[in-house]
Ligand binder design. Structure first.
Ligand code: ARG
Length: 569
């Protein structure tokens, strides 16, 4: 579309006494594709020409009727607009050639100019099972990580582990009272969680446990060796467990800077806050009044000197700015923490940090699993690990049925199973709550990863059958695509760069996910109506170039959602 825009700019500029760039900035995409591909609105000319816009549109169309464009085929006035249609052959060749040349890089760009983008995502709480609540942060955050990278940003994945706080006092107390070394070794995370639950039950009968827990946390904060030892062990055992899930999902973090990482910096943060005079102290507690800004006040330090979640987030934000001088700093965290981030960003602003405006909370709704079976073990918590394994298992059964002779069933089951969970999440606008339905998520003809993956595998199979002689670029074959199904597929393929960009700008991988459904759908419609291998030579070559570009677009798009595109399934 850029070339079409430039051409229209050059064509109209002298006729409307504007610069080509000004013409380009006025161009709009018509509300209906049948109106045209780009529209030039004539309102702005009404004053100088002293004529109604519809008349100007008609006059312009007559003025240019003798001209020949490479990319525009027709210009048709419609009300106050002059609508341009692309010339299918030239446009198709242009788009396909660009995809051909850029291959894996198609859709990527350098708009980010290497700017650092720390992305705080996943961030589970130590000694608690990695529940599905964190799956959304993991999946959305990872996709935003990949998308920013594709746009030339330097993505930095940060796992802001919940590895500090009063719960560690409770865990130490529970382990000292009831702990069993063997059970801890066997299944550390579930066992620690069990102890945590037990503590909360027991404390109702024995309130003294709470004081004990508080004093152990105090010891921990003050570097007591025994307390630190426990904490280290609990943390490491949990991490080892989470890492299995990350490995399965192909996720690596640049940093595992959990909340504890910022302990050394809290005094400095408190000093900065005091210096700027935005806090008030009473009996040792430190508060920032946010009422004048329409937000509840925040406490940065309790009377007993203990710091809070937000104190550590304040330190983390400053640390990230000082370390990365970020272009933007993302926090992929559930919508239930919206208020927390509003307060955090407001405090940064009150501290006078101009970069506060570059900090973005990327919230999302809840996920529920439509399956009673998934909500029993370990209290009410569903383990992500179980969800993933189950999805792979279900995919394996479907593949076994559909394609019993497939050589790499295991690989396909993994790609489809993990893809189903990821896509089931990313396919929805993130702020909505979602109900995850296994049947739907694995439906090969629904709006699913499998549907898109299947289109990809199908194209791979056609390309294999076609043979090597078609694996070359051919200008004249690529210029033959003028059927409606072909043109609309080409137009859809041309949108990938815009969709990737839009996903990053609005922090919504769902834009890319929805788009890939369109690609697969347009491909299926084309394939249903236009024979490929049975067409005559040159057209066959042209159509093979079209589906090969489609394959590339699907593979590039899925990769940015963290989803594999198998060649056979
Ligand atoms: N551990 C927190 C939780 O599970 C999420 C941390 C999000 N990141 C942050 N910088 N606060 O609720």
């Amino acid at each position: 579309m850029q070339k079409l825009k430039e051409e229209i700019g050059r064509l109209l500029a002298p006729r409307v006494s504007l610069e080509p760039a000004e013409v380009i900035s006025l161009l709009e995409v018509p509300p209906e594709p049948s109106y045209g591909d780009l529209a030039f609105p004539c309102f702005a000319l009404a004053k100088t020409r002293k004529k109604p816009p519809p008349l100007i549109a008609r006059e312009l169309s007559e003025e240019i009727s003798g001209e020949n464009g490479l990319f525009w085929g027709q210009a048709v006035p419609r009300g106050p607009y002059l609508n341009f249609f692309v010339a299918p052959a030239a446009y198709g060749r242009e788009v396909l050639q660009e995809i051909w040349n850029r291959a894996e890089q198609y859709g990527h760009s350098e708009v980010g100019r290497g700017g650092n983008v720390p992305i705080d995502y996943s961030s589970p709480n130590i000694a608690k099972p990695f529940g599905v609540g964190h799956i959304r942060s993991t999946v959305i955050g990872h996709s935003l990580y990949l998308i920013h990278q594709a746009l030339g940003y330097n993505s930095i994945g940060i796992n802001h582990l919940g590895d500090w706080g009063t719960q560690f006092g409770k865990l130490i107390v529970a382990f000292k009272h009831w702990g069993d070394e063997r059970e801890l070794k066997n299944d550390p995370v579930n066992y620690l969680y069990k102890l945590y639950v037990q503590f909360h039950k027991q404390v109702e009968e024995e309130p003294a446990l709470d004081d004990e827990a508080r004093s152990w946390f105090w010891k921990l904060e003050n570097g007591d060796e025994e307390a630190v030892d426990y904490w280290n062990r609990f943390r490491q055992l949990s991490l080892d467990n989470y890492e299995l899930v990350y490995e399965q999902l192909g996720i690596e973090f640049e940093h595992y800077h959990g909340e504890s990482h910022y302990n050394q910096m809290l005094d400095r943060v408190i000093d900065i806050v005091k210096e700027r005079g935005i806090a008030s102290e009473s009996e040792g507690a430190l508060m920032i009044d946010l009422e004048p800004h329409g937000l509840p006040s925040v406490m940065l330090r309790k009377k007993d000197g203990a710091t809070l979640y937000i104190t550590r987030d304040l330190a983390a934000a400053i640390y990230r700015y000082e370390t990365f001088n970020f272009a933007r700093s993302l926090y992929v965290v559930g919508a239930e923490q919206t208020l927390h981030f509003q307060q955090l960003f407001k405090v940064l602003e009150l501290l006078g940090f101009e970069w506060a405006s570059r900090c973005v909370h990327v919230p999302f709704g809840l996920i529920r699993f439509k399956d009673g079976k998934m909500s029993t073990r370990a209290g009410k918590i569903i383990l992500l690990e179980e969800v993933l394994n189950r999805s792979i298992e279900m995919a394996r059964q479907i593949i076994e049925e559909k394609n019993p002779d497939l050589p790499d069933k295991e690989g396909a089951a993994k790609a489809v199973g993990l893809g189903a969970v990821r896509f089931g999440d990313l396919n929805n606008d993130r702020v909505k709550n979602i109900e995850f339905d296994w049947e739907k998520a694995l439906d090969f003809s629904g709006e699913t990863a499998a549907y898109i993956q299947y289109a990809h595998a199908r194209i791979c199979s056609i390309l294999r059958k076609a043979g090597a002689e078609y694996k070359t670029w051919d200008d004249s074959s690529a210029s033959l695509l003028d059927r409606e199904e072909e043109i609309s597929l080409v137009k859809t393929l041309a949108l990938l760069p815009d969709k990737i960009f839009a996903s990053a700008e609005s922090y919504r991988p769902s834009i890319l996910a929805r788009y890939l459904i369109d690609v697969a759908r347009d491909f299926n419609r084309f394939y249903h109506n236009c024979p490929v291998l049975n067409s005559e030579e040159e057209l066959k070559h042209g159509r093979l170039l079209l589906i090969s570009a489609t394959r590339q677009v699907i593979a590039n798009g899925l990769a940015l959602l963290g989803i594999e595109a198998p060649e056979e399934m």
